[in-house]
Design a protein around this ligand. Structure first.
Ligand code: IVH
Length: 668
């Protein structure tokens, strides 16, 4: 059999990139179109002969695949955010309550902008002095791929802003998509699952001339770094429009929740007539200074929300009920379905949530059921429509023993959850934790997903976290696995190497400790002054409990779970082994140097000028640490109305006490 011409292939890729750059960036091609096509033909031929070895460079027609090495990485100057979802009017009322609580305002003090949530691909466009210089995909929000060469072929996107006085620097965010009609036309030749995948496939073309042929459209919906003159989002978008950037024709501003609901119902009704796929509306607080004060929680801004449209449903049959054991040991019954297409997605599994749900809805194998799917949420069963008539099996009861490790199960008294008690011996839990560790929200190792973790675990190559970083030594074994080759293995090792430097809060989150999500992980990490302290904690059990208890926002349940986790010998061993393989660091949050930098602050009583949450976030931005219990080491106590025992104790300890006004004067 012919050998894979690795060097030739790599060179070819480089040559194609070089000519792409000449053609699209410099407007100065050095070869004819025919010569260029020949290069592309060679590339295609090698790919066809060696599909496995060239898998990672597949950019010509991959659908929604992994980012390829062929596009260079790009760090967004300002992080690209996600959106929290609202599924009901109640969720919206809650959203509005949170806004008013945080800013200490009345619920009807807010004006909102509204526009549809387009189901496309998010991009970041950077214009310097009015000239488009970079276009990049969202990626993980921090780092995306540089797709400038492809994006400049999109007619909707101006290469030069139509204004005499453009900003020196602006990041414009928006959605690239394909209309429903164009999708149908395009799909006579291709086989994309839906318009979103078609847009993704079109943007991923190795040859930008191919992208140029695709009917890609663009609509802007926000900004990264930009210091404009407008004081609200709506006006900023209207200004963008005057510069030639497409914005949503449905953009509106409204004064209250009732008006939002009216628009939501109107758009929902016309959804089918809108030329592109939308899956809800996005509402944003219009006032930019409010946006700035509200800030970000986790990955989403506090000032925006996506109001999703109701789900879609379909009828199918339950073939079997299985049990899945998750990383925290929870036993979840899952219905295996006769596959069914629901709103463009093939669904073959639905979660049954818990055993109570099965009983309440009387769901059994062989029944015909209505399945509901909404957005990215796992499909679930609404109700039984036709009971299985022949030999209807008995009701599915929670098992007494874990189906995987045979440990006894326990029923959580506060929850309806049945749990496997074999936390550290159960293979399902171990695999679940490994999957979480490498998943997108945690370490995000490209090419190491559920499928690969299952395989490496089964083969005994990855048993704990540290093994991931030792995988390189297993080269001779892995390259012989079906579907694997030297190139794919090298790519995986490369991806693992890239994730060796880990920020402490991400590290803590990645361990998958119960109750320790991203926000709590951040709070826990803030209790450690440096990485040495963190290591020592696992080595010699130095006491961090007081520091944890004194971290504002960290509750006793979370602290107990974290401390319990770290007191277990096998966890200690695993973590110490892992720490040796990676490089941990603490990221300093962006703070402004101020009079209170480095100071410990405590808030007590009711504040009237701002909410407690805003005061806390402001103090942190100014470099202070907000603590929850008073001691000699506390620097300032800010006392609101009705302050009680803390104020008394502060006076006894000689801690500086301020009222809100004095605090505001100090912090500006
Ligand atoms: S605002 C400020 N507005 O939805 C938060 N996003 O789930 C940033 N999207 O990655 C987004 N239509 O790509 C915003 N009108 C719209 C949108 C929209 C679609 C996408 C966007 C983002 C994702 C968040």
């Amino acid at each position: 059999m012919e050998k894979f011409p690795k060097k030739k292939f790599q060179e070819l890729v480089k040559i194609i990139q070089y000519h792409n750059n000449l053609y699209y960036n410099d407007d100065n091609p050095k070869i004819s179109d025919a010569e260029y096509d020949e290069l592309i033909n060679d590339y295609r031929k090698i790919k066809k002969l060696f599909p496995i070895e060239t898998k990672q460079s597949d950019l010509l027609d991959e659908i929604g695949g992994k980012p390829s090495e062929l596009f260079s990485k790009f760090n967004h100057p300002t992080r690209m955010l996600s959106l929290d979802n609202a599924m009901s009017e109640d969720d919206l009322v809650n959203f509005q309550k949170k806004l008013s609580n945080f800013l200490n305002k009345k619920t009807n003090d807010f004006e909102f902008s509204t526009e549809p949530k387009i189901d496309g691909l998010s991009v970041n466009l950077i214009y310097k002095n009015g000239k488009l210089v970079i276009a990049a995909t969202r990626g993980d929000g921090q780092t995306g791929e540089n797709i400038t060469n492809n994006v400049i072929t999109i007619k909707d996107i101006p290469k030069l802003l139509k204004t005499k006085s453009p900003p020196t620097f602006i990041e414009i965010r928006g959605e690239i998509f394909i209309t429903k009609d164009d999708f149908i036309k395009l799909n006579t030749e291709n086989n994309f699952a839906n318009p979103r995948n078609a847009a993704a496939g079109s943007l991923r073309q190795l040859d930008p001339r191919e992208t140029a042929k695709r009917p890609l459209k663009f609509i802007a919906h926000g900004f990264g770094s930009y210091n404009g003159e407008k004081n609200n989002y709506y006006d900023q978008l209207i200004e963008l429009k005057s510069w030639g950037i497409p914005i949503s024709p449905f953009l509106k501003k409204v004064q209250n929740l009732n008006e939002l609901m009216t628009i939501y119902n109107e758009i929902n009704k016309k959804r089918a007539e809108i030329p592109y796929d939308i899956d809800g509306l996005v509402y944003k607080v219009n006032n930019l200074s409010f946006q700035n004060r509200l800030g970000i929680v986790g990955k989403s801004p506090r000032w925006a929300i996506a109001h999703k449209f109701a789900s879609e449903t379909a009828q199918t049959e339950i073939k079997k009920i299985d049990i899945q054991v998750g990383r925290t040991g929870s036993l979840t019954p899952v219905a295996r379905l006769k596959p069914i297409n629901i709103g463009g997605v093939l669904v073959s599994n639905a979660t049954l949530h818990n055993f109570e749900e099965i009983e309440k809805k009387d769901i059994r194998e062989g029944d015909s059921v209505i399945v509901e799917r909404a957005g990215d949420v796992i499909p679930h069963i609404l109700r039984v429509v036709n009971k299985n008539k022949k030999n209807r099996p008995k009701l599915f009861k929670p098992p007494k023993y874990c189906p995987i490790c045979k440990s006894p199960t326990i029923i959580d008294p506060d929850e309806v959850v049945v749990r496997c008690s074999g936390t550290y011996i159960c293979d399902a839990q171990k695999v679940g934790r490994l999957k979480h560790f490498v998943s997108r929200s945690a370490l995000d190792i490209e090419g190491l997903g559920d499928k690969q973790i299952n395989l490496f675990y089964k083969k005994g190559l990855i048993r704990d976290y540290a093994d991931i970083f030792d995988l390189v030594a297993k080269r001779a074994i892995v390259v012989n696995f079906e579907g694997w080759g030297t190139l794919s293995f090298d790519n995986l090792i490369n991806a693992i190497d890239q994730k060796k430097k880990i920020e402490l809060s991400k590290f803590i989150y990645s361990l998958g400790i119960r109750f320790v999500g991203q926000i709590n992980a951040k709070l826990i990490s803030s209790a450690f002054s440096n990485i040495e302290e963190f290591k020592n904690f696992f080595e010699s059990e130095n006491d961090i409990v007081n520091a944890l208890k004194n971290t504002d926002g960290l509750g006793p349940k979370v602290i107990q779970s974290f401390v319990e986790y770290s007191s277990i010998k096998s966890n200690k061993k695993q973590i110490l082994k892992l720490i040796k393989k990676v490089e941990l660091f603490i990221k300093k949050i962006d703070t402004v140097k101020s009079k209170i930098t480095g100071k410990k602050i405590i808030f007590t009583g009711t504040l009237s000028l701002m909410s407690r949450a805003e005061a806390k976030s402001q103090a942190e931005k100014l470099g202070a640490k907000v603590v929850s219990s008073i001691s000699k080491s506390t620097d300032i106590l800010v006392s609101g109305e009705n302050s009680g025992s803390k104020l008394k104790k502060a006076k006894e300890l000689g801690v500086t006490v301020m009222n809100e006004k004095e605090w505001n004067n100090l912090t500006g």
